[in-house]
Design a binder for this molecule. Sequence first.
Ligand code: DLL
Length: 437
Amino acid sequence: MEKRYYQKEIETASREQLRAWQDERLVKTVNHVWTNNEYYRNKMKNQGVEPGDINGVEDLWKLPFLTKDDLREAYPFGLMSKPMADCVRIQSTSGTTGKRVIAFYTQHDIDLWEDCCARSIVAVGGTRDDVCQVCYGYGLFTGGPGLNGGSHKVGCLTLPMSSGNTDRQLQFMTDLGATIICCTPSYAAYLAESIEERGLRDQIRLKAGIFGAEAWTEEMRRDIENRLGLKAYDIYGLTEISGPGVSFECEEQTGMHINEDHFYPEIIDPKTGKVLPMGSKGELVFTSLTKEAFPLLRYRTKDICVLSDKPCSCGRTLVKMSKPMGRSDDMMIIKGVNVFPSQIEMVLLNQGLTSNYQIIVDRKGSSDTLEVLVEMTPELFSDTLGALTQKEAQITEALKSMLGIMAKVTIVEPKSIVRSEGKAVRVIDKRKLYDNK
Ligand code: DLL
């Protein structure tokens, strides 16, 4: 693929230049929040730190962390750092794990966020000749608006589909010859299935997919690439920090380049808060360097990953983050063992099954139980009952060697697991019901 960048001078800048931008922008951001935001000023005072103590990113450790609890406490306006009159938009999280987070944007904030999304589209080969179908949700969710703005900036013909209505998605995809698709990986898998069922594979022109907003494995990447005949690229982001495009994958497909001129990353030990050296696994923390309305300093994402500053063949000098290995939130402790849904997904796909699965965790007496429901594939459908039982036993064995604990595996009928149009809900943890009582 021809090497192309949306903002070459930034994406391929020397590390010294990047550091100079980061230092300067951090100092500016710290002064901005100190002057314009009481919540921050108090937080910094409590930590005994003043703007004069921060001369660059080497002083970042002096600043307090910010967590989702701060965002809840300051809800809705407490972390807004520009007058309401300067803000032009909000976006919000779905609020599944508590109160919603509302993020505010000035026009300048939106402009820079859309640049980040444009970098991702160009990195997957997007140009003004492309037709970009955006099927992330529009509205409060950042996925649709972010990629929509990025697609405009690149000059693609943008199809603002939003999520759902699969028949309409496929009609536009085929009639208009979409070449790039943006959606969650679970919805991409569902679209692939629907295309196979309708016999539309020959009419699909997709060359690249920009998939993110939820955890997905390399196995799932290969599955989607084979079934949709495209290259599948990862994109990461979170509402608090702006939305999609905090980091994005390039042609190497080995991790996501962080837009470090806007977001400064740190990896910390989630237990002690200690900053860990490059290459260590830990919790990702971001400091926004250019945001005006809703700047966040040292925001703990709860996403566990590894950073890498190894040179990339694409020519970008921006450090890369690995796929998040699950959120510290997502991690289940079952029978005392740490289990991530992604480990289960990896086993299922390696066993020739699909990503149509569900994990049910429960408690019988004082003991935890783990049940995995996975849908039959067409090949298994024709098998005898004996063969199915054998397959279940094989999966149970593979899960045991991956996780170290026993799971009850049931192969269920095709289409019996609900398909997702946005972020898939893979885990039902019934234990939470008892704990919340
Ligand atoms: O999911 C923003 C987004 C939209 C990203 C579209 C990519 C594409 P939130 O709803 O605030 O924002 O959820 C943020 O989703 O902290 C991660 O745990 C998870 N996440 C996002 N991207 C990825 C990814 C959007 N590529 C939370 N891989 C984050 C794994 C992801 N997890």
